[in-house]
Design a protein around this ligand. Structure first.
Ligand SMILES: [Zn+2]
Length: 332
């Protein structure tokens, strides 16, 4: 596919993925050196498509000097392994254990979600089918993170671009902002046609409490309202303007969805799985991980706002609206 010139020296290239979300974008920035932002999934098809896009602007992968990854999801990191091993890879430090496939981290991740599935009330038959981190990383690259960047940093060779730490969709998520003209490389923080998910992740170490990814995500969106964004270059879909309008719409939709989740808790105690099944009667089977992630985000938010209460019974957690009538459908 032909690359799209977003701005002088900034190209968008759209690559195929094997995922439900469809194609993913990578961006090429020609500055003092050449930077690739994000790297598609690890498939031959994506690599060929990427080479083809480069050819249109008279380049080959050898011309690329460094790779910046907005977050650790496989549709954004997969092609790194097709490059020379010594190509510098730059990302947030929270991408490191994913990208380096740290064994202790992966074991803890699998253990955490196994226990979480039980806590959420997921029946055993479905828990057995929940994917492991190894399966999730099938299309991701494995390598060494050359340099970690964080909020406010700049990256060598990316003059004028500032790193923003924008967690929520992923704990490792960064965005790149060019203040002088408001160009914003958003990764999966803000997509025009799809509302991006706030995905549950385990804490990075035993001392951290589990992050409330939906609240983080809302904070990341709200801080974008303070920026003068002219154009958003998203991880999926076309480049778009009017970011503030879209952000306000997303924030409002989340409030509405939060109230919907609350309405399911008026009639009595329910698990995360119960609500997921009621709210997403088809998707709860095909995309269970995402559905549970989504519902749990709203439950954490409602708990924090003291709109609901929770109770634990035999290791399973049940929720109920705080002002709901006391007609429990469950007996303990
Ligand atoms: Zn993503």
């Amino acid at each position: 596919m032909k690359p799209v010139l977003v701005d002088h020296g900034v190209w968008q290239m759209t690559l195929p993925t094997p995922f439900d979300i469809g194609p993913v974008n990578v961006y090429l920035i020609q500055n003092d050196i050449i930077t690739l932002v994000d790297a598609g999934p690890k498939t031959e098809e994506a690599w060929l498509s990427f080479n083809d896009a480069l050819k249109h602007i008279g380049m080959t992968p050898k011309d690329i000097d460094q790779i910046v990854l907005t977050h650790h999801h496989p549709d954004h990191t997969g092609l790194v392994n097709y490059f020379n091993q010594d190509i510098p890879v730059i990302a947030h430090s929270r991408l490191r254990p994913w990208f380096e496939q740290d064994e202790a981290f992966m074991m803890r991740y699998n253990r955490y979600f196994k226990a979480l599935g039980y806590q959420m009330g997921v029946p055993e038959i479905y828990r057995k089918k929940m994917s492991s981190i190894e399966e999730d990383l099938k299309y991701a690259s494995k390598g060494i993170l050359t340099k970690a960047v964080d909020e406010g940093d700049t990256i060598d060779g990316l003059k004028d671009w500032q790193v923003l730490y924008t967690p929520g969709h992923a704990q490792s998520h960064i965005s790149l902002y060019r203040e002088k003209d408001g160009l914003f490389l958003a990764g999966d923080l803000l997509l025009e046609k799809i509302s991006s998910n706030a995905i549950l992740e385990p804490p990075y170490n035993d001392k951290e409490t589990p992050p409330c990814s939906l609240l983080q995500y809302r904070e990341s969106l709200k801080r974008c309202l303070k920026l003068n964004i002219s154009k958003v270059c998203p991880g999926h879909g076309k480049v778009f303007a009017q970011a503030h309008e879209l952000i306000n719409e997303r924030l409002q939709n989340q409030l509405e969805r939060r109230n919907k989740v609350l309405s399911y808790l008026e009639s009595g105690w329910k698990t995360t799985f119960d609500i997921g099944k009621e709210m997403f009667s088809k998707a709860y089977l095909t995309q269970m991980d995402l559905v549970l992630s989504e519902i749990q985000g709203y439950l954490d938010w409602l708990l924090q706002a003291e709109n609901i209460q929770k109770i634990e019974n035999n290791g399973v957690i049940y929720y109920k609206g705080l002002y709901a009538e006391n007609t429990s459908t469950r007996t303990f």
